[in-house]
Design a protein around this ligand. Sequence first.
Ligand SMILES: Nc1ncnc2c1ncn2[C@@H]1O[C@H](COP(=O)(O)OP(=O)(O)OP(=O)(O)O)[C@@H](O)[C@H]1O
Length: 604
Amino acid sequence: MEPVLYFTRQLHHYAGKILYVNLMGMALVSLLDGIGMLLLIPLLNLTGILGQESGLPSYIRGLDFLAELPLSSGLLIILGSYMVLVTGQILIQRNLSMRDSRLNTGFLNHVRLETYRVLLKANWAFFIRKRKSDLITSMTEELGYVSNGTYTFLQFLTSLVFTVIQIGIAFWLSAKLTLFVLICGLALAFFSRTFIRKSRHHGGRMSELARSYMGGMSDHFNGIKDIKSNRLEGTQEAWMRNWCKQMGEEREAQARVKLDSQLFYKLSAAMLLVFFLYGSVMLFHSEGQSLLVVMLIFSRLWPRFTGIQSNLESMAASIPALKSLRELQREAREAEEQNGTGTEKGNAVPIPLQTGLECRNVSFRYSREGGYALKDIQVRIRPHEMTAIVGRSGAGKSTLVDLLMGMLEPESGEVTMDGQKLTGERILSLRQSMSYVPQDPFLFNGTIRENLRMMLPEADEEQMWEALGQSAAADFVRKLPQGLDTVIGDRGIRLSGGERQRLVLARALLRQPLILVLDEATSALDTENETKIQQVLESLKGRLTLIVIAHRLSTIRSADQVIVLDQGRVVQQGGYLQLAEEQAGLFSRMLGKQAKDTPVAAIG
Ligand SMILES: Nc1ncnc2c1ncn2[C@@H]1O[C@H](COP(=O)(O)OP(=O)(O)OP(=O)(O)O)[C@@H](O)[C@H]1O
């Protein structure tokens, strides 16, 4: 129940007074509804339907004069009052529903923004642990449950207010009878707990299924080329078939619980009504009016109980999703970066490196149980120099760069910036000064201009072309049908690996970073691209601090320093030529191997 209470508190914080105004409005509506109900009896009485000449019932003796009037006038007054009441009630109801809907949407957006904000502030280690598709499920499906849950909760409150008022009115009509109906209602609620439990269980299963669907779909479409080229369509279809079967069974089970619960309430209603009527007529010899009161109380109160039960079931079904969303928010908050990063840029300003970035005896593991990704690392990145990090796949190159950028925290040892530990504001300043080009760069579905402006929204045409020129991308962009306005990505022109990388490099250079970190693509570069990237790096050298994770060693020939990693340790460190001459070293072996694999690159 904790997540429901948490989101209820959030709703209370968010809505403030409006929540109470709405509740009071609901109370007013139910009061009008109750008064309308009381008017029905004299109305029927006047028409003589009840076959009684004894005047009005005792609870509206003040309206005796109506019985004195000719039938048509009395009827008109009562019908007119009834119409006024009903119209008032409908108008207030409409107004309240509008407010509820606004409240609901507003609150949903509030939770959406809040969740997104805490996610953006979470550190990189948090995102490494999480499955991307699970985050998407939380931001879509589970948020939908918050919306449903809030709506149901508001309905529940309304029902509660309505019910309490109607119980009050019913008590006034007949205390004994109301008490009896109440006891029956409570007994039924007690036996209906099982429906609420089942609803919660099915809500949990639906959440699991939603996660597996989102995960499956993102895997399948990311790997669609593998699927098609390896003829895996059959396996994938079988997965989908199985998912549909499970979802079908789950929906059916959910519907069964709902229908069983309704059946239970409807049957009990019929049985109780029969029992009442029989008891009233046969045992207590009640007549028309009392019987009418029995029917009225019963027909008004019982649906309220059913409504509350159905609200409780819906709320129970949303609990697993609310719980998971609450858990996600909690985890993300715990993983919040201690430097105010996220949406706010803070007051951090880019600071030029003085003595450089340094790892002092740094060790790092991705999990307590796993082995070390980096062990006892001692390296220094000097300002305005080009540092290349090389090593076999899995050697720890990306991990080292993540530590240098303050994305990961060392398990032992420390990373420093100009001699000061890299924490808090310093990380912000560092990130303000740097641009990072990942191995698999992210280009969204939009024009080249939009993709470039993502980094610097105010960039003008000249700045964009300058950055494209610096990254050797201007030529290919000029040749595209709409130049800067060419749509790229999913539904636009597909760029080659090399073009993508040079475009992302242009984007990174657009904001004129003081430090550029380039995780060179393993496979994207052909010899021509390789030469281009090499020229770009040479032209940038000396102007900014360059850190390059290099897979093609030819691109880093002008590096001032090469750090060679192997199995998480620095095995060589020094100038390119110096390391190339150390015949026994890993670096010269790697050079030799690449020369064999790509003789042209080696010669060039
Ligand atoms: N998110 C992660 N969780 C657990 N282990 C990880 C994670 N990322 C990397 N590792 C492990 O840490 C070690 C270093 O990985 P890293 O990605 O830094 O190597 P790399 O040299 O950059 O490799 P590549 O050249 O293939 O990109 C590897 O053993 C890898 O399996």
